[in-house]
Design a protein around this ligand. Structure first.
Ligand code: DAH
Length: 339
């Protein structure tokens, strides 16, 4: 006569051999080896057995458990392999894949990277300031009188609390000097905002690269050398560059810079690319006053500043006819700058 444990074991083994899937296999495992399983029940029963019976039944119990566990594992492996093979059978490896599309840098970003690289070579560091500004940083500290037309509500975006969207990146000149004493040699690329009528050359948001260099003995010659180097590296060595006297409240003397080059689409025409000048002593004095020291004593320090129109530079460089194209996200336009 066989022991009931052996019958249980044989029953389990033949059920395992017949299961159609993993779920059914799990049900068999629970029925025999689960907490209330029929083989497991013999574990409890052991406690009631006599001294002589215990080792005999214990051995059968261990053998039954080991045999059923091994069979469960083996069957599980087979079932998993079969279901994987089934999934792969539906897979057609000869079908073409979905190609990933590679992105590219926006033309303004490409322009900016080139500009930053050139100014790095001349020892300029990067500086930045917020787009949302106060009137003092945007106008007062830059020697701009309260009745100056640029401060008009028709030209500048004001918030109800009196703050504004900066109309130029010159604000960063002030923030940089407030934060550190001279010498200063920074560029500050960023957005600027004006309530302009939008057309092919005007946008409510545009981009500038501000520059500021303050040290002892800085002169107009340094200003010219720096910007001529930058513009010739950017547009080619045969680019003609003209400094035209102009007026800005925060520089004295002030200039506008025009470029002309046969290599460019604009050809023989002068095109304006920047405003610049020698930092006005009133600006240095106002910064010292705000700092509460005389770090920017205009008797000791001089400096130059400039503001380059970044969109304008990119339009010249890449022969782009309309500033609005930069913000429209039209892939037919953008793809032309993906290399
Ligand atoms: N902030 C001027 C503008 O937006 C440009 C400019 C002119 C910047 C002269 C300067 C400067 O730093 O010195 O039109």
């Amino acid at each position: 006569m066989t022991h009931p444990l052996e019958d249980l074991r044989d029953a389990a083994l033949s059920e395992i051999a017949a299961v159609p899937n993993e779920q059914a296999l799990d049900a068999v495992r629970i029925r025999y080896l689960g907490r209330n399983g029929s083989i497991s029940a013999w574990g409890e029963r052991m406690k009631t057995l006599s001294k002589e019976e215990k080792p005999v039944v214990g051995k059968s119990l261990n053998q039954a458990r080991a045999a059923v566990t091994a069979a469960l594992e083996e069957a599980g492996k087979k079932l998993r392999a079969a279901s994987e093979a089934g999934a792969l059978a539906d897979l057609d490896l000869s079908l073409p894949g979905t190609a990933g599309e590679l992105g590219a840098l926006h033309p303004l970003t490409q322009m900016l990277d080139r500009a930053i690289g050139l100014f790095y070579r001349m020892g300029f560091a990067l500086a930045e300031g917020p787009d949302l500004e106060d009137e003092w940083h945007c106008f007062d500290a830059l020697n701009t009188a309260p009745d100056h037309p640029a401060r008009n509500e028709a030209d500048t975006f004001y918030l109800h609390d009196g703050r504004l969207l900066r109309t130029h990146t010159s604000t960063v000149q002030i923030r940089t000097m407030e934060a550190a004493p001279p010498p200063i040699r920074v560029i500050a690329p960023g957005a600027a905002f004006r309530r302009d009528e939008v057309d092919a050359t005007h946008s409510a948001q545009f981009h500038q690269i501000e520059g500021l260099y303050v040290d002892s003995g800085v002169s107009v010659a340094d200003l010219k050398g720096t910007l001529e180097f930058f513009l010739r590296e950017l547009f080619g060595s045969d680019t003609a560059i003209r400094f035209r006297p102009h007026y800005f409240p925060f520089t004295e003397p002030s200039f506008e810079i025009d470029v002309k080059s046969k290599a460019l689409k604009s050809g023989e025409k002068w095109i304006e690319v920047a405003g610049c000048g020698m930092v006005h002593p009133a600006v240095l004095e106002e910064v010292s006053r705000a700092r509460g020291d005389d770090a920017y004593d205009p008797e000791k320090w001089t400096g130059f500043a400039f503001g380059l129109g970044m969109d304008r530079l990119a339009m010249i460089l890449f022969d782009i006819p309309d500033i609005r194209l930069f913000a429209q996200n039209d892939l037919r336009f953008l793809r032309q700058f993906a290399s």
